[in-house]
Design a protein. Structure first.
Length: 288
């Protein structure tokens, strides 16, 4: 068997025969030396991979720095990663080849669906946010969303927008990926975004003829979702103290902020008319 195999190889590979005879011929001759340029003669794929995407495994080490010796003299000339990579938490992970699936292309990284802990050897901010601001994203693995290293998914890959007025890039107006349930927004957020869920407030306000209808939702409901302002935040002492003592609630006369009463209109209630003008005018809105 062994002999037959050997002769097949000799027939097929002149090179192999050459190497074979060179070592066997004369014991007085120095042993033939296997060099890095020889490998490609018999191993096609590893040199190709290294040439294409070897990274530092191409520039900083050679084949034989990793593969010391060769069969049959050395049975399995496969190195441990830890021979050269030591001293960082990342190098204590189990199963390097699980992610660095081909050592000849070390930066081509594949993740399974359920990876979190290994990410934390390099990224810490995201897990802190996920844990501090509990949401349903907290229970997901990092690689559930980032299935290829460095890839950022779009929210709309997994979720529908709240309305047709919204696109994938609008999600960030109110949500952050690692604390999605903590809804905050800036002062330039358009009212139509809120209208996706607050149709009634939106239609009341836009139908109103009072000056509030010119204001954006977030002009009053600032920064954080479910923030509700006091009227007196903007209208400081609008009426004399005596009247306010008698009618402590603005709404008793003005109704709600989204739909202020208009007393110019016919069926007006007859409240005790305030004697003086409001003490302070509110600031002009930043935006129309
Ligand atoms: C003349 C052909 C030839 C050359 C040249 C050659 N190899 Fe090999 N190599 C083989 C063969 C055949 C085997 C399989 C041996 C076995 O399984 O017993 C092998 C096995 C290996 C293995 C072990 C693979 C395993 O799965 O255990 C490694 C690693 C290896 N070679 C690396 C190299 C490197 C690095 C070079 C260049 C420095 C090189 N080889 C040059 C023919 C060659
Ligand atoms: C940084 C270290 C490193 C370098 C550099 C390296 N290898 Fe490897 N090589 C490995 C490891 C680790 C494995 C085992 C992979 C596995 O178990 O899946 C391997 C596997 C192999 C194998 C056997 C499996 C296969 O893919 O055929 C061959 C042959 C091989 N290498 C050849 C080479 C050649 C040729 C070079 C240079 C062009 C080279 N290697 C450079 C680490 C290296
Ligand atoms: C013979 C030494 C040696 C072995 C064995 C080795 N490496 Fe490396 N590796 C290096 C050197 C040297 C560098 C460049 C310096 C650095 O980044 O630490 C490097 C760099 C890397 C890089 C960064 C590549 C880049 O282009 O930035 C990765 C990833 C890597 N190694 C993974 C591995 C894995 C996984 C294994 C085991 C399968 C392994 N190495 C085995 C020597 C080795
Ligand atoms: C869960 C996947 C995963 C596992 C397991 C893993 N790595 Fe990595 N490794 C990565 C990622 C992701 C990078 C970052 C690549 C980049 O910078 O683009 C990386 C980078 C590296 C680097 C280059 C950057 C640096 O910090 O030095 C080396 C070297 C490395 N890994 C070695 C190893 C070794 C050795 C093991 C096993 C002890 C291992 N890796 C296990 C995912 C993994
Ligand atoms: C060995 C260290 C290392 C490991 C492990 C690692 N990363 Fe990275 N990661 C990096 C480096 C370095 C960068 C590039 C940083 C940059 O460009 O700001 C990066 C970039 C990223 C980016 C893109 C950042 C951006 O701003 O575009 C994401 C997303 C990412 N990693 C997620 C992950 C996830 C998820 C895991 C685990 C499955 C992981 N990383 C494991 C080192 C690592
Ligand atoms: C890869 C899929 C995926 C991506 C990408 C993704 N999510 Fe999620 N998200 C989920 C899953 C799964 C849940 C949990 C659903 C459930 O249990 O009902 C969830 C839940 C949520 C929740 C509810 C949180 C809670 O605690 O009630 C919000 C809000 C959310 N996602 C917003 C976003 C936003 C915004 C983005 C983009 C920055 C995004 N998601 C990206 C999969 C994803
Ligand atoms: C629900 C999906 C989802 C999960 C789970 C998730 N991310 Fe992200 N991640 C994203 C999205 C979407 C972005 C883009 C955020 C942006 O553009 O503002 C992102 C951005 C990043 C970035 C780039 C820098 C930054 O913070 O914006 C890194 C690094 C990152 N994620 C790492 C992680 C790590 C590590 C984990 C696990 C602890 C994780 N991610 C869990 C969806 C997710
Ligand atoms: C104008 C602010 C705003 C924008 C823009 C926004 N969201 Fe939301 N989203 C919210 C609020 C507020 C909630 C919480 C509702 C609650 O308390 O039930 C929410 C809840 C969610 C939820 C939890 C399940 C649900 O439907 O109640 C998901 C998922 C979600 N948003 C995804 C998205 C995605 C994807 C986008 C981008 C297309 C997006 N959001 C854009 C404000 C916004
Ligand atoms: C994804 C749907 C969604 C979006 C988008 C959304 N909200 Fe809400 N909002 C809700 C839900 C659900 C509630 C709770 C209703 C309840 O408790 O009856 C709520 C409650 C509120 C409340 C009432 C809080 C209270 O204590 O009564 C205010 C104010 C509010 N939202 C303002 C806004 C503003 C301003 C925007 C736009 C920046 C917005 N919302 C966008 C779903 C949404
Ligand atoms: C965040 C600031 C803010 C809050 C909160 C607010 N308003 Fe106003 N209000 C304004 C601005 C701005 C105007 C327009 C002033 C102008 O153009 O002269 C206004 C106008 C008015 C007017 C005059 C309407 C008109 O059409 O002439 C009344 C009445 C009024 N507000 C009552 C209220 C009441 C009652 C509340 C509470 C339910 C309230 N406001 C809450 C900012 C606010
Ligand atoms: C002038 C300030 C102002 C503006 C502009 C405004 N709100 Fe309000 N909103 C209030 C005040 C004040 C309350 C508390 C109830 C009251 O006294 O009218 C309130 C209550 C609410 C509530 C809870 C009660 C309810 O009516 O459901 C929601 C939801 C809400 N606003 C959403 C919105 C949305 C969406 C917009 C934009 C279309 C908006 N608001 C514009 C001041 C404002
Ligand atoms: C007893 C009934 C009553 C109460 C209570 C009341 N108001 Fe008025 N308010 C009025 C009347 C009447 C006017 C004058 C309307 C007009 O001129 O069209 C007025 C006018 C205003 C104006 C408009 C001033 C201008 O220059 O156009 C503001 C702002 C205002 N009120 C805010 C408030 C606030 C805030 C509260 C609660 C702290 C409040 N009001 C409580 C009856 C009331």
């Amino acid at each position: 068997m062994r002999v037959a195999k050997f002769f097949n190889l000799v027939a097929a590979l002149a090179l192999f025969a050459f190497v074979g005879t060179a070592t066997a011929a004369d014991p007085a001759q120095p042993a033939a030396v296997l060099s890095n340029t020889d490998c490609v003669k018999c191993h096609e794929q590893p040199p190709k991979d290294i040439a294409a995407a070897g990274g530092k495994h191409k520039t900083e080490v050679t084949c034989q720095d990793c593969h010391v010796g060769h069969p049959p003299k050395v049975k399995k000339p496969i190195p441990q990663c830890s021979q050269c990579h030591d001293g960082k938490p990342h190098y204590k992970l189990q199963g390097c080849l699980g992610c660095h699936s081909n050592p000849h292309t070390p930066k081509n990284i594949k993740f399974g669906n359920n990876v979190t802990d290994p990410c934390l050897t390099c990224h810490s901010g995201q897990i802190e946010q996920l844990r501090t601001f509990k949401s349903k994203h907290t229970a997901l693995n990092c690689s559930f969303c980032h299935n290829v290293h460095g890839r950022i998914p779009e929210c709309t890959q997994c979720h529908k927008p709240h309305s047709n007025d919204m696109g994938a890039k609008d999600c960030k107006v109110c949500h952050q990926a690692h604390k999605p349930a903590d809804v905050t927004y800036k002062s330039d957020t358009q009212s139509k975004m809120c209208a996706a869920c607050h149709g009634k407030a939106f239609s009341l306000l836009t139908a109103s003829t009072a000056k509030h209808s010119k204001l954006a939702c977030v002009y009053c409901h600032q920064n954080k979702h479910k923030m509700v302002p006091q009227c007196t935040q903007c209208h400081v002492k609008p009426h004399p103290a005596a009247i306010m003592a008698k009618f402590p609630k603005c709404g008793e006369c003005h109704s709600i902020a989204h739909d202020l009463n208009r007393w110019g209109d016919a069926a007006a209630p007859a409240p005790a008319k305030p004697a003086a003008k409001p003490a302070a005018k509110p600031a002009k809105p930043a935006k129309k």
